[in-house]
Design a protein around this ligand. Structure first.
Ligand code: ADP
Ligand code: MG
Length: 256
């Protein structure tokens, strides 16, 4: 029996600053699947996940995207989050003046309200955050500060993990969450992600590094080139890429 589809992207075309970056991209993700997206710098990897998260940089000019059989492109950014889409940014934005803990509780409660659940008060929220962060040895001090304000690169990525754990999404999109992290921090990322995998949650992760893929084994590896998925394989494609490079696989630097 074939499984239902969580995310279906058909012939997606996206402009950034009036330049066509995605030129008819197709991709299908089923519940429980782990997809890795690779490609040279500037290929449009971030553009794809930003488009799915409704980032204002990305102008959709064609195509169709369905999430849980609903029209994703019709949904505003908060509806997408409430429906279970999560994106960890390549460079998380600093928001001085917005307390991190307050921000996260507000986001959680918005999602809970959408799901018809009761709101969490400050005590209940703290208890949950403690339970989750304790499992992974994640420092909670960051919660007392303003959102990403003055956080180091590694701290920003850890904070994304706390959000991920608390928001418990169905589609987890990770844009180079491993970049700038040391080996131990990458292990924490992998532990968090792997602990969340329940056969239903799906992952779309962008990475250049083998290490993360060793720890979170993808079912599919896609190479994005010239605005489309140029090649799809299994984990061995990532290994081949690491060994031979993009050019040897016939992937050119189309966007440079
Ligand atoms: P990748 O993540 O694969 O490295 P991106 O999706 O970030 O690539 O970028 C794709 C292309 O879009 C690049 O040529 C990049 O310079 C361009 N681009 C991305 N964001 C912007 C922006 N805000 N303004 C102008 N060009 C952009
Ligand atoms: Mg990128």
């Amino acid at each position: 029996m074939s499984k239902e589809v969580l995310l279906k992207i058909e012939d997606l075309k996206v402009n950034i600053n009036n330049n066509e970056i995605l030129k008819g991209l197709n991709l299908e993700i089923k519940p429980g699947e782990i997809h890795a997206l690779m490609g040279v710098n500037g290929a449009g990897k971030s553009t794809l996940v930003k488009t799915l998260a409704a980032h204002y940089d990305c102008e959709v000019t064609g195509g169709k995207v369905t999430f849980k059989n609903k029209d994703l492109l019709e949904m505003d950014v908060s509806t997408r989050a409430n429906e279970g889409i999560f994106m960890s940014f390549q460079s998380p934005v600093e928001v001085p003046g917005v307390n991190n803990s307050y921000f996260l509780r507000t986001a959680m409660n918005a999602k809970r309200a959408y799901e018809g659940k009761e709101e969490l008060d400050a005590m209940q929220f703290l208890k949950l955050v403690k339970e989750e962060t304790n499992k992974f040895d994640i420092d909670r001090k960051l919660l007392q500060r303003d959102l990403n304000d003055g956080f180091s690169g590694g701290e920003k990525k850890r904070n994304e993990l706390v959000q991920l754990l608390m928001l418990n999404p169905d589609l987890i999109m990770l844009d180079e969450i491993d970049s700038g992290l040391d080996v131990d921090a990458i292990k924490i990322v992998a532990n968090v992600i792997n602990s969340m995998l329940d056969g239903k949650k799906s992952i779309l992760m962008i990475t250049h590094y083998d290490r993360l893929l060793e720890l979170i084994k993808p079912d599919f590896v896609h190479i994005l080139s010239d605005g489309k998925i140029a090649k799809t394989g299994d984990y061995s494609l990532a290994l081949e890429l690491d060994e031979k490079g993009f050019e040897a696989l016939g992937i050119n630097n189309a966007n440079s």
